[in-house]
Write a protein that binds this ligand. Structure first.
Ligand SMILES: NC(=O)C1=CN([C@@H]2O[C@H](COP(=O)(O)OP(=O)(O)OC[C@H]3O[C@@H](n4cnc5c(N)ncnc54)[C@H](O)[C@@H]3O)[C@@H](O)[C@H]2O)C=CC1
Ligand SMILES: O=C(O)CCC(=O)C(=O)O
Length: 427
């Protein structure tokens, strides 16, 4: 699977840009706007050098991309993954630009990564690497400039170390420089499950339009932060989680898996396949997950996992993209012909960055909200923007992805034009 990602990566940004072209065809957009959005404004590459526990030194490639800041400071997570590349980071930053615009958050798009498998590091090595990242990028990030957050294989603990390192460098506490922090360091209640919760509110609100009423059978690809929380939220509403996968395997039970046992196994560091044989669950090959009989398929792992080779095997009525870029454009066409609705990543997984925005607002106000307030504000934004995207799709007879890009692009175009002839970029 990793090899498959690497092989396709050479064109990942070009492929992402075809979504922009699709949307531009539906709007009267000035060429200057497209020229501005076609290229990342700034990508910084560094080599981080850290001391390993055995006394040796090891170096890791790392990047931070600020794709566009027309609508506000750039915002986006930091990924720790062995297959990360500069182009992947730029593509993820492009998606962040459109995601923040879809949700009408006052941000542009950014993203960062370290090319590392964090599972091979001790906790002390991981902390040194996280602090080294901030030492390298302290001049680029900032609460009014570029605000990182968690992504794949990074979490609240890592964000806490990073916020702490930034405070040491600038000589004062600046919690709004990074979001997804531990609650004890100014994190927001409700950030941990926000990515999944945004997708959950979206599906719940559009259930009738999507033909997803009643008890659903759900398959979840990727069982980390986004995957575990969406499974829990849907199971709490009485839906059946019939299949899940992680980087090491997949598990299937047509009558519903024992979710509590799965969550316990993951917390203990076991793969989902460790539960094979219990309660009717059988281990299946990870590539079989997308083909299981279900109503809702939730890709919550990595990009390009649903392509022209496996899209035809999907039996779900709808796909909720919690991962960034899990469905290729070829797969999109196949799914559209088959009548499968795809709730696109820039809308479906935007709950994470929306609650990150709430965290930033709370840090700046020094006044903190209850979890109920966080949920209510998130629900209101997801439903508002979700309905607008749905309406654009109906009006223009386009897939939901194109509708989401049209919605975002019209906001981005207004901001770019409002800046005048010398579009501003904080450098
Ligand atoms: N954490 C966040 O706030 C947000 C995350 N996302 C996206 O959601 C996706 C998942 O991110 P997180 O849950 O945060 O990461 P995570 O690191 O918590 O979990 C990733 C999961 O994917 C699994 N995985 C990796 N390779 C796989 C493969 N080949 N097949 C099946 N599973 C595989 C891992 O085993 C792990 O369970 C990513 O695309 C990320 O960019 C999007 C918006 C916000
Ligand atoms: O919470 C954030 O600021 C960004 C999350 C992220 O990286 C994403 O939505 O892909």
């Amino acid at each position: 699977m990793e090899e498959r990602r690497l092989m396709k990566e050479s064109s990942i940004l070009d492929v992402a840009l075809t979504r922009l072209d699709d949307a531009a065809r539906h709007l009267q957009i000035h060429g200057d706007v497209l020229e501005r959005l076609k290229y990342p404004r700034e990508t910084t590459k560094v080599r981080l050098m850290i001391r390993m526990d055995d006394g040796s030194r090891k170096s890791f490639l790392a990047w931070r991309c600020r794709y566009d800041d027309t609508r506000g400071p750039t915002k986006g997570g930091i990924r720790f993954h062995p297959a990360s590349t500069a182009e992947e980071v730029e593509t993820l930053a492009f998606w962040m630009t459109f995601k923040c615009a879809v949700m009408n958050l006052p941000y542009g798009g950014g993203k960062g990564a370290v090319q590392v498998d964090p599972r091979t590091l001790s906790k002390a090595e991981l902390e040194r690497l996280s602090r080294a990242y901030v030492q390298a990028f302290a001049r680029i990030i900032g609460p009014d400039r570029d605000i990182p957050a968690p992504d794949v294989y990074t979490n609240a603990m890592i964000m806490g170390w990073m916020a702490d390192e930034y405070a040491s460098i600038v000589g004062q506490c600046v919690p709004a420089v990074i979001t997804g922090k531990p609650i004890a360091l100014g994190g927001s209640l409700g950030r941990e499950d926000a990515t999944a919760r945004g997708g959950y509110y979206l599906v719940r609100h559009l259930a009738r339009e999507l033909g997803l009423q009643g008890r659903m059978r759900v398959a979840v690809q990727g069982f980390g932060n986004a995957g575990q929380f969406i499974a829990s939220l849907l199971a709490e509403d009485g839906h059946d989680i019939v299949a899940v996968s992680d980087s090491r395997g997949a598990l299937h039970c047509p009558y519903g898996l024992d979710l509590r046992a799965l969550l316990r196994a993951k917390a203990a560091g076991l793969p989902v396949s460790a539960l094979a044989g219990q309660g009717g669950a059988v281990a299946v090959a990870p590539e079989e997950l997308v083909a299981v009989d279900c109503d809702l398929l939730v890709p919550a792992a990595l990009e390009n996992m649903i392509d022209e080779e496996n899209a035809r095997r999907i039996r779900a009525r709808a796909v909720l993209e919690l991962a960034n870029g899990p469905v290729t454009p070829e797969a999109d066409r196949i799914l559209e012909q088959a009548g499968v609705q795809v709730l696109p990543d820039i809308l479906a997984n935007a709950g994470g960055v929306t609650v990150s925005y709430f965290e930033w607002v709370q840090n700046r106000q020094g006044f903190y909200w209850t979890v109920e307030e966080v949920h209510e504000r998130l629900r209101a934004i997801v439903e508002r923007e979700g309905l607008q995207v749905w309406a654009i799709a109906q009006e223009r007879r386009v897939p939901l992805r194109t509708a989401a890009y049209i919605h975002a692009l019209s906001r981005l175009a207004s901001a770019i034009e409002a800046h005048g002839t010398q579009p501003f970029f904080t450098s």
